[in-house]
Write a protein that binds this ligand. Structure first.
Ligand code: MG
Length: 192
């Protein structure tokens, strides 16, 4: 077992500006135009059929997913987490067709040098269960994520979970979930 405490970091919409790119694809290729600030939880949960079809199409294209950019200053925040004495594990609900491009992406943007481990999600496993099980497995001391169902599941196990504030994750939270504007802000709060 590791001697350094483990923190779990999500990729999409935590480190990476995924939703914006995905929405551009959906609006370019579908009949309807959706607005970012109106992407409620129902969209994220796959309940809007027309939208979800295009999202799945986008997620089946590693070439497009690789074009997503990290948010500003996330690399520096990762570096501070590492210097702060934490072991950083990446836990993403991306499925198997995206695993290789995810590793390439982490390396291309310099994240790999601060990451100890990437936990690949088996495609058949439900996203929030996969993250909760991973948190349990590594005995995570903190987690950073933007998906409401995920943070609620992880908060049953992880002492503090930072929720990156997004239109799709509004709602009441258990006390050990801290809503923050960005991953960078979360790291600032966590390291004080
Ligand atoms: Mg995410």
């Amino acid at each position: 077992m590791s001697s350094r405490p483990v923190v779990l970091v999500d990729i999409d919409d935590t480190l990476a500006d995924t939703q914006v790119k995905m929405l551009e694809y959906v609006n370019r290729n579908g009949d309807k135009t959706y607005q970012y600030h109106k992407l409620t939880r129902e969209f994220r949960d796959g309940k809007i059929a027309d939208y979800e079809k295009l999202v799945q199409e986008y997620l089946s294209r590693p070439d497009l997913v690789e074009e997503i950019l990290p948010y500003d200053n996330t690399l520096e925040a990762m570096q501070r987490l590492e210097t702060g004495g934490y072991e950083i594990h990446i836990v993403s609900t991306r499925k198997e067709p995206l695993h290789n491009s995810t590793i390439k992406w982490l390396s291309r943007h310099g994240f790999d040098q601060h990451i100890k481990k990437v936990h690949p999600r088996p495609s058949e496993k439900i996203g929030h269960k996969f993250k909760q099980d991973t948190a349990n497995l590594v005995n995570a001391v903190a987690a950073f994520d933007d998906t409401l169902r995920v943070v609620i599941a992880m908060a049953e196990i992880v002492p503090v979970v930072y929720l990156i504030d997004k239109p799709w994750n509004q709602g009441k939270l258990p006390r050990n979930i801290v809503r923050v504007s960005s991953f960078v802000e979360a790291v600032d709060l966590f390291l004080v």
